[in-house]
Each structure stands twice: as structure tokens, then as C-alpha cells.
Design a protein around this ligand. Structure first.
Ligand code: MG
Length: 341
């Protein structure tokens, strides 16, 4: 371990207000890992690893990976590129663990520069799009109640991928005129997705996320060909290297820090997507305000924002970026700008 940057990690037990269910299941309790890097002056940079089993990580694998990364700490907080590179070389994969370190390092660098993180990147907070608020799968009545509870949010993202998707949309449309985007989380075949397209249009759905399985890029292509609604790749797109194969098959990509493993990689993904004329969405996992705020600092670069991971919690230990009423507000203090609640 470097003498100049000290790493510590602690597991956070997060609870959602409602069980958070998507097509492949869900729960009410989520364990993430809070990472702190302390520099020689005692300044702390914070990051969070939102490990998900779907992408091969748990809080335990994150802690084990951090033990390895601890031996590869950069000497200086501004060694952002070198730091991220050395972690990836030390142990590939483990993107949630790596992005927690990347976030903590960026927090320290921006604190030392005395600017909010997005200013370090030259971004204007006013350009951040509104965030959606997600309605997880439940009975029609409970989903309707969640829509009412989320009255302050002008854009809803509805999780589908059940055997009663049409019913769910009809039930929600009965209680709201607000914009609805849909995320099928890989649950449909291309044929099912094509059958759903006129239904989605009928209910005024404006965005369709990940209709088919992660590796079914041909499925993406045929669905997109028949769709008037933009199709966004989420589970099919983890890092910039996944983007070229999606060109012509999806209208956009969903960047998540816990998939891509570094803040610099997230920015590279924006550049690669733009080069290919793809829309850029910024999403999240169920995670506290640390990871949400890290992503929020990137929001001025993207078209679609879905950063409700902390807003869905009943016990977020931190305060940072907020999405009250869908309006994304970035911290104005130096660094990440996250504090304890
Ligand atoms: Mg998604």
C-alpha cells in the first residue's frame, strides 16, 4: 500500500422503500461498499461499489478485490489515468470495486483543485437533463400506488418483463398522463418485443430499454427496425468496447458506473457513442447518494438520466446530488460534494 493514499472500506446495508423488483427478481435490501481514500493531509475521497450478482459481484468480492487494489495505489490523487490503469492491470473485471476507487480518487483531485467534480471536467450543471423515477414490478394496485407516491416526478420509468405487461401499462395509464419510459431488462424475445411495440406506442411510451437478452444483438436489430420508439442498450453495453457492435442495432446506450468500472471510462463511452451518433443515457443501481452523485456529475454530458437509485432508498446515509421533482441538482462544493446525512 502506498504511503500517501490510505484505503478503507465498509459495507453499507441499504433498504428500499418498496421491494425493488425487475424482470429477473429483486429484494428490499442491498449491500454496497463505501470506499474512502485518505491522503497525507488527512483529506478524504469517497466512492461506492454497488455490486450486483448479475454482473458477477457481491459486497464480499468487492472487499476481496479492494485488498488487491490497495497494493496499487497511485502516489498522487491527480494520477487518475495511471491509477485506473494500474487497478485494471492488477485485477480485471470487478467494475463496481474499481469505480469506487476511481470515484474516491476523482473526489480527492477535485477537492484539491477546489472545484465541484463536474467543473474539473468543464461541464455546466445547468445542462443536466431531468431524471426519471422508476416504478418496480408489483401488483397493478401497488404499482398504481407507487405512481401516485411519485407524483412529483414528471418522467416515470416502468419495469416490465412479466406475463401481464399490457395489463400493467393499462393500469398505470389509468392513473397518470406523465411521460412513461419502459425497461424490459432482457425479458422478451425479439418476437415478443415486436408484438409489444404497438402496445407501447398506444400507451405513449417514449423510450424502450433492453428489450432482449444481452447477447441477442440480432434481436435488437429486428426490434429496432420495426420500432418508432428509441431502443436503448443497457445489459448489452458495459464498456466502450461494446458500443461498435450496437451501431445500427440500438438507438442509444445506457452507461452505468458499476458496469464500466471508471469515471474516465464513462466519459470515453460518451465519446464513442457520440462518434456513432448514438443517444447516451446515464443509469444506476440501487446505491446511496455517493455513487448517484458520482454519476450525476457526468449528467451534463448525456441525453437521458435515470439516477433514482438513492431516491428509492429509505435509509440513504448520505446527501449529495438530488433529483427532487425530477430536477437534477448537483452539489456546488469542492469534489464529489457528498456529506453524511
Ligand atoms: Mg436498464
Amino acid at each position: 500500500m502506498s504511503a500517501s493514499l490510505r484505503l478503507s472500506a465498509e459495507v453499507l446495508e441499504l433498504r428500499t422503500r418498496h421491494p425493488f423488483i425487475i424482470a429477473r427478481g429483486g429484494q428490499s435490501e442491498y449491500r454496497t461498499v463505501w470506499v474512502r481514500l485518505t491522503d497525507a493531509d488527512g483529506r478524504e475521497g469517497w466512492g461506492e461499489a454497488a455490486a450486483t450478482k448479475f454482473y458477477g459481484e457481491t459486497a464480499e468480492t468487492v472487499l476481496a478485490a479492494l485488498n488487491i487494489y490497495a497494493a496499487h495505489m497511485p502516489k498522487d490523487a491527480f494520477d487518475l489515468e495511471e491509477g485506473e490503469r494500474s487497478w485494471e492491470l492488477a485485477l480485471r473485471g470487478n467494475p463496481a470495486a474499481r469505480v469506487a476507487l476511481s470515484t474516491a480518487l476523482h473526489d480527492l483531485a477535485a477537492q484539491r483543485a477546489g472545484v465541484p467534480l463536474h467543473r474539473l471536467w468543464g461541464l455546466d450543471a445547468a445542462r443536466a437533463p431531468q431524471s426519471t423515477f422508476t416504478i418496480g414490478i408489483d401488483t397493478n394496485e401497488k404499482m398504481q400506488a407507487k405512481v401516485r407516491e411519485a407524483a412529483a416526478y414528471p418522467i416515470l420509468k416502468v419495469k416490465l418483463g412479466t406475463d401481464r405487461d399490457v395489463e400493467i401499462l393499462r393500469a398505470l395509464r389509468a392513473v397518470t398522463d406523465r411521460e412513461i419510459r419502459v425497461d424490459a431488462n432482457c425479458a422478451w424475445t425479439a418476437r415478443q418485443a415486436i408484438r409489444m411495440l404497438p402496445v407501447l406506442e398506444e400507451f405513449g411510451v417514449t423510450v424502450l430499454e433492453q428489450p432482449v437478452a444481452p447477447t441477442d444483438l440480432d434481436g435488437f436489430a429486428v426490434v429496432r427496425q420495426r420500432s418508432n420508439i428509441p431502443i436503448i442498450a443497457d445489459e448489452s453495453c458495459k464498456t466502450a468496447a461494446d458500443i461498435p457492435a450496437l451501431v445500427g442495432k440500438a438507438d442509444g446506450i445506457n452507461i452505468k458506473l458499476a458496469k464500466c468500472g471508471s469515471l474516465r471510462e464513462a466519459i470515453r463511452m460518451v465519446a464513442v457513442a457520440r462518434t456513432h451518433h448514438l443517444q447516451v443515457m446515464l443509469g444506476c443501481m440501487i446505491e446511496s447518494s455517493i455513487a448517484i452523485t458520482a454519476a450525476a456529475h457526468l449528467a451534463p454530458l448525456v441525453d437521458i438520466v435515470d439516477l433514482d437509485g438513492a431516491a428509492l432508498l429509505s435509509n440513504d446515509p448520505f446527501k449529495g446530488a438530488s433529483i427532487d421533482g425530477g430536477q437534477l441538482t448537483l452539489p456546488t462544493g469542492p469534489g464529489l460534494g457528498v456529506t453524511r446525512r
